[in-house]
Design a binder for this molecule. Structure first.
Ligand SMILES: Nc1ncnc2c1ncn2[C@@H]1O[C@H](COP(=O)(O)OP(=O)(O)OP(=O)(O)O)[C@@H](O)[C@H]1O
Ligand SMILES: [Mg+2]
Length: 322
């Protein structure tokens, strides 16, 4: 069953809820600290689950605005209309459903910080209005012509390159320069030296008190699988994997069978990887032939070099509707 690894003595750095042992992250935190002391807009770049929101909140808490409000909005989750009203507020009757005046995020954050997540998703007309807030410190609520003055620091985040969005014509170049005065690049978990191991133990310590299971050791093959894995969901995914283990497994040792199939590097049960891809390919070939034959099964069967009955049988097998 392999060797069981016990908890090593790891000296971690803790920074506003973020834990690390990697030099790269420690340098990153130092940069964050320097940025926090200023009032400059900051752009946080990083894949999902790397800690963008934690960094934004850290900047606010270390900034001269720490006593002021911290307001968060994800630009990817609302329609353009709702987004406008959420950011800038609206006057009663300015659209269906606007039953009374409502303050927007910028008003609510006056004297503090606004954190806009997924900034690349901001629609063009709102980009222009955001630029005005940054340049003049003013904006107008939906349905109001007079402008309101606010004193707000902007922190934004994106998982994609803003430069690329600019090149595609989806993001204003002048706004890009305004918001990324200081770009902060959060590394992927897989690129942080030592962090998979450090965070594994950190989350075990964190969860031990709240679950019936008490984990004191980790199977060596578990550690190998974790170190080999790419972690597309980064720290959040690692936390979820540990939580999964606390819920499905039992006993003091974290075992391979406690992990999710992705981490075990296994295809779903009862199907070898090979037959799966072969089947997938066949399904694709049939769909392509049907498409080329404009849905005429006789022609598609000819293209596939199979009889009409075989095609019909295979379509049923692959659950392709007629
Ligand atoms: N360095 C870290 N140490 C400990 N926990 C962390 C760390 N980084 C992130 N986390 C955990 O991962 C979760 C996700 O972090 P956060 O919401 O800041 O990521 P994000 O980059 O904003 O993700 P998304 O792109 O999905 O919005 C946090 O709630 C926290 O539990
Ligand atoms: Mg986030």
């Amino acid at each position: 069953m392999g060797e069981v690894l016990e908890r090593p003595d790891i000296e971690v750095t803790e920074f506003f809820g973020m834990v690390t042992v990697s030099d790269e992250m420690r340098e990153f935190f130092e940069l964050v600290e320097r940025v926090a002391r200023t009032d400059a807009p900051a752009l946080i770049r990083g894949e999902t689950g790397t800690g963008k929101e934690l960094v934004a909140s850290a900047i606010h808490q270390m900034s001269p605005r720490a006593e002021g409000p911290f307001q968060v909005l994800n630009c990817a989750t609302l329609t353009p209309e709702l987004l406008a009203s959420e950011l800038f507020g609206h006057r009663k009757g300015s659209f269906t459903g606007a039953h009374k005046d409502r303050d927007g995020l910028f008003k609510l954050a006056d004297g503090g910080t606004v954190f806009l997540d997924e900034i690349a998703e901001l629609p063009t007309d709102l980009q222009a209005r955001l630029l005005r807030v940054l340049q003049e410190g003013t904006f107008s609520p939906v349905g109001q012509t007079e402008s309101i003055e606010v004193d707000v620091r902007l922190i934004s985040a994106t998982h994609q390159s803003l430069r690329d969005a600019v090149d595609r014509g989806e993001f204003r170049e002048d706004l890009m320069y305004r918001i990324r005065v200081v770009p902060l690049f959060l590394p992927r978990l897989a690129d942080r030296d030592g962090d998979v191991e450090a965070l594994l133990w950190h989350f075990i310590d964190e969860m031990n008190p709240s679950y019936p299971r008490d984990i004191t050791g980790v199977q060596d093959r578990v550690m190998e699988a974790m170190l080999e894995y790419d972690w597309p969901g980064n720290v959040r995914e690692l936390r979820n994997v540990i939580q999964h283990a606390f819920i499905v497994g039992q006993g003091p040792v974290l075992e391979l069978s406690d992990l999710t199939p992705e981490l075990r590097g296994e295809p779903p049960p009862n199907q070898s990887a090979e037959t799966m891809t072969e089947k997938d390919l066949e399904r694709k070939r049939i769909l392509k032939a049907l498409d080329e034959a404009n849905g005429k099964k006789g022609e598609a069967a000819d293209l596939l070099d199979m009889s009409r009955t075989t095609l019909w049988r295979k379509m049923k097998e692959h659950k392709i509707s007629e």
